[in-house]
Design a protein around this ligand. Sequence first.
Ligand SMILES: [Zn+2]
Length: 211
Amino acid sequence: MEYILDDPKYLVLHHFVNGKIGATKEKALVVATKKLNPREYHYVVYSDGSWEGWQKEGLVAAHCGADNQSQSRCGAHNFNSIGVCCMGNFEKGPMEEKQLSGLLALVRDIVTRHGIVPENILPHSAIAPTACPGKYFPLLEARQAADVPLVRVAINSDQALVMGRPDKMPLKLVLDRGHAVAPLRWLCEALGFRIVFLRDGGVVEVRKKFS
Ligand SMILES: [Zn+2]
């Protein structure tokens, strides 16, 4: 049973967990998987940066759950989203440059054609209890490719958008002698840095996060 996908509003990102087997073997794996699941995703991006269609864009793919789960929150996303799957396990490590540039080109192409706003580029994990597409997946880059502002705040407001999601700053953003002044800790954390406040010296440091 095929369902029409009319005017998708979201782009949902997935990974296809496999070892580092190279693009040729990945393609063979996809051919085999397609036979079993012909409607799994709309696109697959290989580790060499090439990509190809899996399901037609105008039809629903079952990338957020099976068709018969359409009443559930995750299944419902099948009916309003394009599913893009990247070969590799991005729970284990980051995406390599070749694959990343292929993914970003594909994302730009899809969002431009469908008018999908950057905040509607979602990791599968945002809509279902799954690790997919992995903690190292380049979600930030995918959203930036669609020109999403990292942080957006109006002057004299504390209402912010962080990566497209509403957030509230502890203080309002104000203009002071031509400079936009925002709470440093909040801003750094929103941008993925951390603040170290050395009470002894009365010093504040901005540092990169590490795990
Ligand atoms: Zn997924």
